[in-house]
Ligand binder design. Structure first.
Ligand code: 1GP
Length: 245
């Protein structure tokens, strides 16, 4: 197993549940403070990217900058081919399984694959599944958003991801989503999907984080909280303590 995936497994052995921080340079005044702080508060990795990150040069500068500040892995979270940047430690090599556009299922992946090879970025094979509608990820990825209460559909896609050989599934409500994925959906998926389960979108407090972790999420992704909440340090720290408890 490659280095970052191995590291994630070790983190999970140590803490049972872990958290990734999603950083997007456009949305932070002081990205260096946030990057260092999330590491000290217990984030296991930093994700960089998202569906609206389109400036490749900025992205690479950001990756290099963050890598100079922290020792946790910097993992790309691309929304398109433009999300591949040479200096990252790994990439969530996602297929947006419930997109209605084959470009987001396998087209962008084919276009990006040789770059990943060339830059020697470790690919983490990930089934990306969008729940709900009206978020940027949903719009850009032309997803046929799975309704929040349709657990079985999420199970079907997650199991399909596993059978296609993907070791990670990311249940995504969308960045800044008003609603988070329900714990009931997470526990339904957990019963069937035998791999690393990432859950993100709209997670803003430790109660929700704890519920999702208890329901079976392995990795929680937190983004908007870090950008928008003046009290984010305390809340992020509470999230980490809650999911590790
Ligand atoms: C988005 O799941 C991540 O891709 C994080 O969502 O920004 O709502 O925390 P938030």
């Amino acid at each position: 197993m490659d280095r970052v995936e191995n590291y994630i497994n070790e983190e999970l052995k140590k803490y049972k549940k872990i958290c990734f921080a999603l950083l997007d340079s456009e949305n932070f005044n002081d990205v260096s403070y946030v990057a260092k702080k999330v590491e000290s508060l217990g984030a296991s990795a930093i994700l960089v990217g998202g569906s609206s990150a389109i400036d490749q040069l900025d992205l690479d500068k950001l990756v290099l900058y963050i890598k100079s500040l922290v020792s946790i892995p910097v993992i790309l979270f691309p929304g398109n081919v433009t999300g591949v940047s040479p200096n990252a430690d790994a990439i969530l090599f996602t297929s947006l399984l419930n997109s209605e556009d084959p470009y987001f299922i396998s087209g962008a992946q084919a276009l990006g694959a040789l770059l990943v090879k060339k830059y020697k970025i470790e690919p983490l094979p990930t089934g990306y599944i969008i729940i709900g509608e009206n978020t940027t990820a949903w719009f850009v990825g032309r997803a046929k958003g799975i309704p929040f209460e349709k657990n079985k559909i999420a199970v079907m896609y997650s199991l399909a991801a596993q059978y296609l050989g993907m070791r990670f599934v990311y249940l995504e409500a969308g960045s800044g989503s008003q609603k988070n994925i329900t714990s009931s959906m997470v526990s339904s998926v957990r019963k069937y999907f035998d791999g690393m389960l990432i859950v993100g979108g709209g997670i803003k407090d430790s109660d929700v984080a704890k519920e999702l972790a208890d329901a079976g999420a392995d990795i929680l992704v937190i983004g908007t909280l870090l950008e928008q909440d003046p009290d984010w340090e305390k809340k992020f720290s509470n999230i980490i303590s809650a999911i590790r408890a």
